[in-house]
Design a protein around this ligand. Structure first.
Ligand code: SF4
Length: 443
C-alpha cells in the first residue's frame, strides 16, 4: 500500500484513506546537521524537519504540502523538482465567503486526481462516508482518553493515530525506535491494507481506547498541580520532553492547543451534509474546524482558545513557537490580551542557530541543547514574580537560583526525570529554570 506523507492539519486523512492509500500525518523528528535542507538561518525548524522526513524516508511514495504559511509554501519548491511525487494544496486565508469554501473543496477534488495518479482509486460516496465514520469515532476515543493520560502519553497516542490511523488505534506499546521503526511501518501498512479492503458495510466499531482507572489517575495527578494550556505551532518529537518537564514538576497540561494537539483536529461531520455530499461535509469539518492563526480574520481561533481555557480552568499558558515562525510570533500579544492569563513564551531554535536571530529581538544567547527550547520570554506578571523570588529573571537573563528548579516538593523520581531530560539535552537548563519560576509565580 502506498504511503502519502503530510503534516498540515487542513489535509483530510479521510480523503487519502478513501482512495486506498495510507495517509501519514507525521510528527517530525528534529533534522540534524546532515539534513536534506542544509540551510538553517531563516528557516523554521519544523518546515526543515518535514522536508527532511519527506525526502529521506524510503517508505514514502508521495508528499502533500500546503500554502498555510510562507515557510511551507517555499519549502515545496524542493520536492516539486525532486524524485518524489509532490502536491501543493492551496488553502484560502479567508473563510467567510462561500467562494473561499468552494475553492477549498475544488482543491480537495484536485488532490483526489493527484491521489489517483499516485495509484489510488476514486472512492464512492458510500466508501468515503464509511471512512469518515471510522475517523470520527477514533477521534472521539482519543479525546475520551485524554483525562487518564499524561500529556506526553496523549501526544504519543495522537501521533500514533496520525501514523497508523484508526486501524492502528488501540493500547499499543510505546513506538519502537530506530531499527524497529521500519518493521513497524510495514506492520502499519499491512493494517492499512486490511482497513482499505473492508467493504463499507462491514466496517465495525473501533476498539475504544481504554480509560485509566481512578486510582491510576490519582497516582498521576495531584490536587495541587497547576492546570496549564500549551498553545502554539507543531511540536517536534523531541519537544515532547517539555511535557515531562512540566508534569514532573507540578504542572498539568489540561488543554493541548498545539498543531500536533487538539488545535489540528477537524470539527464534527454534519450528518445532513454527509448524506447529501460526503466530500462537502468533509471539507466543511476541516475548513471551519481547524483553527489556525493564518486565517483572516482569525477571531474564531481566539474565541476557541478563550472558551477552552475557561472550561478547563487553565491558570497559565505555555506558548510554544519555532524560531522564524512569523504566524505564531505575531499572535503572541493578542493571545495574552485575549486570555488574560500569565503566559510563558518559548521560542525554539534548532541546532547551531543562535536564538534571537529571528528578527525583532536579539539577546545573543546561543542554544543550550541540540534541538533547543532556547529562549523564553515571560509576560510582565511572570517577570514581576521572578523578581519577587529574587531569581533575577528578566527578558534576557537566566535565573541564578537553581534551588527553584527541579520540582521543589516533588517526588524524588520526578526530580530525577527532570534531570535526565536536561542531561539528555532535549530541554535546556534555562528552559527548566524559567518553567520553575513560572510555576512559582502561579502558586
Ligand atoms: S511552525 Fe510556523 S513557520 Fe513552521 S511550518 Fe508551522 S506555521 Fe509554518
Amino acid at each position: 500500500m502506498k504511503t502519502v506523507l503530510y503534516t498540515c492539519p487542513y489535509v483530510p486523512a479521510e480523503w487519502i484513506a478513501a482512495h486506498g492509500l495510507r495517509p501519514w500525518r507525521i510528527v517530525c523528528s528534529a533534522a540534524g546537521p546532515d539534513a536534506v535542507a542544509a540551510r538553517r538561518e531563516g528557516m523554521c525548524a519544523y518546515a526543515r524537519s518535514f522536508l527532511n522526513e519527506a525526502l529521506s524516508r524510503s517508505e514514502v511514495d508521495a508528499v502533500v504540502m500546503t500554502t498555510l504559511c510562507d515557510q511551507m509554501r517555499r519549502a515545496f519548491d524542493v520536492p516539486a523538482v525532486g524524485p518524489i511525487r509532490a502536491f501543493l494544496l492551496n488553502i484560502p486565508a479567508t473563510w467567510q465567503s462561500a467562494g473561499a469554501f468552494d475553492y477549498y473543496v475544488e482543491e480537495l477534488r484536485r488532490l483526489g486526481r493527484f491521489l489517483v495518479a499516485v495509484g489510488g482509486l476514486e472512492p464512492s460516496s458510500a466508501h468515503l462516508t464509511a471512512i469518515m465514520g471510522q475517523y470520527q469515532a477514533a477521534r472521539r476515543s482519543i479525546l475520551g482518553a485524554r483525562p487518564g493520560r499524561t500529556a506526553r502519553r496523549w501526544a504519543e497516542l495522537v501521533e500514533r493515530f496520525g501514523r497508523g490511523g484508526p486501524a492502528g488505534l488501540d493500547e499499543a506499546p510505546d513506538p519502537p525506535q530506530d531499527a524497529a521503526e521500519g518493521r513497524e511501518a510495514r506492520d502499519e501498512a499491512d493494517g492499512w491494507q486490511r482497513f482499505a479492503q473492508r467493504r463499507p458495510d462491514s466496517v465495525r466499531p473501533l476498539p475504544s481506547v481504554k480509560a485509566a482507572t481512578p486510582t491510576q489517575y490519582a497516582m498521576r495527578h495531584r490536587n495541587d498541580e497547576i492546570a496549564l494550556a500549551i498553545i502554539g505551532g507543531p511540536l517536534l518529537k523531541q519537544d515532547f520532553d517539555i511535557y515531562d518537564l512540566i508534569e514532573d514538576n507540578g504542572g498539568r497540561i489540561v488543554f493541548d492547543a498545539t498543531e500536533t494537539g487538539e488545535r489540528g483536529w477537524p470539527g464534527q461531520f454534519d450528518p445532513a451534509a454527509l448524506a447529501e455530499d460526503p466530500l462537502t461535509a468533509l471539507g466543511r469539518a476541516y475548513f471551519e474546524g481547524v483553527r489556525d492563526p493564518s486565517r483572516r480574520p482569525n477571531d474564531p481561533l481566539h474565541a476557541w482558545l478563550k472558551d477552552a481555557c475557561r472550561s478547563h480552568r487553565v491558570r497559565g499558558v505555555i506558548y510554544y513557537r519555532h524560531l522564524w515562525c512569523d504566524a505564531w510570533h505575531a499572535e503572541l500579544s493578542r493571545v495574552k490580551h485575549t486570555l488574560g492569563l500569565p503566559v510563558l513564551a518559548i521560542e525554539a531554535a534548532c541546532e547551531g542557530v543562535t536564538a534571537g536571530q529571528g528578527g525583532t529581538r536579539d539577546d545573543g544567547r546561543t542554544t543550550d541543547m541540540n534541538h533547543g527550547l532556547t529562549r523564553i520570554d515571560t509576560d510582565c506578571r511572570a517577570d514581576k514574580a521572578s523578581r519577587r523570588l529574587g531569581g533575577g529573571l528578566s527578558r534576557s537573563e537566566g535565573l541564578d537560583r537553581p534551588a527553584l528548579a527541579f520540582g521543589k516538593g516533588r517526588h524524588p523520581s520526578a526530580m530525577r526525570n527532570t534531570q535526565d531530560a536536561i542531561r539528555n539535552t532535549k530541554c535546556g537548563q534555562r528552559t527548566a529554570d524559567r518553567i520553575m519560576a513560572f510555576f512559582e509565580m502561579l502558586r
